[in-house]
Ligand binder design. Structure first.
Ligand SMILES: [Zn+2]
Length: 247
């Protein structure tokens, strides 16, 4: 599909859940980024009980293109922390599900220096290759976790385009998914994502009617019970109805 056609496609969007760190650590978590793997396990078991299957963003969007996204839920994991390989992948595999992990391409093997809170380790290139080999999707989350709204063209080219090249070099495969750090985007950022050749991109929250490079997501809190997840999935359907009735 051409970039121009892709930009016009309006997707009947299935819900997309947004996680960050998946870890049993009890260290302080002021930004509420860490979900315990047992809790992720309960969430995924719930999806199965509801007849839903968690999939990567590219699988989700391509299914929506074919009108075959019913019963799917997008699973996303931001920042590319090492606990994705250690703690999230085994849970995903146990349930026969996949997700997209958005890696900060310029910080592989480093830490989340952009945050004021506790430090988390970011996957090395070898770990990024390992999660892709395990069937999970690797997407880009820029080079440095930059805010993209209002960024000038040179910054957009570096953060959006270069991060795709870096990850494609690591994976020796196409990188189709992108995620805006902090959910910060504007028209120029979305245009840069399309121009760089990505197939799809996620924002944070935001239920304005969007297209495949501004897909909304539901934040999952470290304390979310199964009932919370059900409520988030239900709210997604309501918000979409409101968004399309404003169209
Ligand atoms: Zn992030």
């Amino acid at each position: 599909m051409s970039v121009a056609t892709a930009a016009r496609v309006r997707l009947p969007l299935p819900p997309v859940l947004m996680y960050h760190s998946i870890s049993p650590s009890r260290e302080p978590d002021p930004h509420r980024l860490r979900v315990h793997p047992d809790r992720l396990d309960r969430h995924l078991r719930l999806l199965r009980r509801l007849g839903l299957r968690g999939v990567s963003l590219t699988e989700l969007v391509r299914a929506a293109d074919r009108g075959a996204a019913a019963g799917l839920v997008g699973l996303t994991f931001d920042d590319g922390y090492t606990d994705f390989c250690d703690s999230a992948v085994p849970v995903l595999q146990r349930h026969g599900m996949t997700g997209t992990v958005y890696v900060v391409a310029g910080r592989m093997g480093g830490q989340n220096e952009w945050d004021t809170g506790p430090r988390f380790d970011i996957m090395t290139a070898d770990q990024v290759r390992a999660v892709a080999a395990a069937g999970q999707e690797v997407g880009s989350h820029t080079m440095t976790h930059a805010r993209l709204a209002g960024a000038d063209p040179a910054v957009l080219a570096a953060e959006v385009g270069e991060s795709r090249r870096v990850l494609e070099d690591v994976l020796q495969a196409e990188v189709a998914s992108f995620c805006y750090p902090y959910g910060s985007y504007d028209q120029a950022a979305a245009d840069a994502v399309r121009a760089a050749g990505y197939d799809n991109a996620c924002v944070t929250g935001d239920y304005r009617p969007g297209d495949r490079v501004t897909l909304p997501r539901c934040y999952v809190s470290p304390r979310d019970t199964r009932a919370h997840v059900v409520a988030r999935l239900a709210r997604h359907a309501v918000r979409l109805r409101h968004a399309s009735s404003r169209d």
